[in-house]
Design a protein around this ligand. Structure first.
Ligand code: ADP
Ligand code: MG
Length: 250
């Protein structure tokens, strides 16, 4: 079966252990959420899976559809079908959104094939219309001077254009007003399907009112300490994270 399967992952930053024997399995077709207090290691998980050079994987495995993601280069990970939307998208002055996304798609196609400009722009404009992104954005440099909401919409646009098998969204809701949150959630929901999986990382429950997850996991000090259905998110919202700390100490 096709899955994102992480087993016993240990990740260090500068010799400091951040993820500690972390395991998680998400079948295609499901949306799982990871919630947790700041500093619990949520972004470390997404960056380690994206082969960020500062994150030292010392133990464990991560597989997508049976392909070992560990030791892959970031472009190979993308070609394997994993898409990551980061908490803080980078700004790339001088590279337009249209050219950036086209290069990303082209890089994932066989060399002999070419994505024709007409077809590309047709698809791009369709997705932009769906996501409520003004067409003049195509000529703007990637994320350069974008508001928080514009950056996040742009990430969802990239995701929709790349059509990945599995998407990880790291705090895509942070800094979003309610309108942007709705647009981003609608974009994700429209991509939900039986052959695509999602991991949605969030500090707040609010996003999960719009993107209703199949499962919710709580991360604490680099590990999943609780798993449940969407009601667990509501419980965290009303009770905060301290009760988990108390339960773990008991
Ligand atoms: P979260 O996304 O859950 O808020 P992070 O994964 O960003 O948590 O951080 C987990 C821990 O790793 C924190 O204690 C943080 O201080 C530490 N950390 C994150 N990035 C770095 C870094 N570049 N250098 C040193 N420590 C880091
Ligand atoms: Mg984070």
């Amino acid at each position: 079966m096709s899955t994102l399967k992480v087993q016993n992952l240990s990740v260090y930053i500068e010799d400091k252990p951040i993820l500690n024997d972390f395991s998680l399995e998400i079948p295609y077709g499901e949306v799982h959420a990871i919630m947790g207090p700041n500093g619990s290691g949520k972004s470390t998980l997404s960056k380690a899976l994206a082969a960020h050079p500062n994150y030292d994987i010392r133990n464990g495995t991560a597989e997508l559809d049976g392909h070992n993601l560990i030791d892959m280069e970031p472009d190979e990970i993308s070609r394997a079908g994993l898409f990551l939307a980061f908490q803080y998208p980078i700004e790339v002055p001088g590279v337009t959104i249209a050219n950036f996304i086209r290069a990303a798609i082209q890089a994932r196609m066989e060399e002999s094939k070419l994505f024709k400009a007409v077809d590309y722009y047709k698809k791009l404009y369709q997705k932009m219309d769906d996501l409520g992104i003004d067409r003049k954005f195509t000529a703007r440099s990637l994320n350069d001077g974008f508001s928080g909401g514009e950056k996040k919409r742009c990430e969802i646009l990239q995701m929709a254009m790349l059509d990945p098998k599995f998407c990880i969204l790291d705090e895509t809701d942070s800094g979003l007003d309610i309108d942007a949150l709705r647009v981003v959630s609608a974009g994700v929901n429209s991509m939900r399907s039986s052959n695509r999986g999602f991991l949605v990382i969030t500090h707040y429950q609010r996003l999960l009112d719009y993107i209703v997850p199949d499962k919710v996991h709580v991360m604490w000090e680099g590990k999943i300490v609780r798993s449940g259905d969407k009601d667990l998110a509501s419980e965290l919202e009303s009770k905060g994270y301290d009760w988990i700390k108390e339960e773990l100490a008991a």
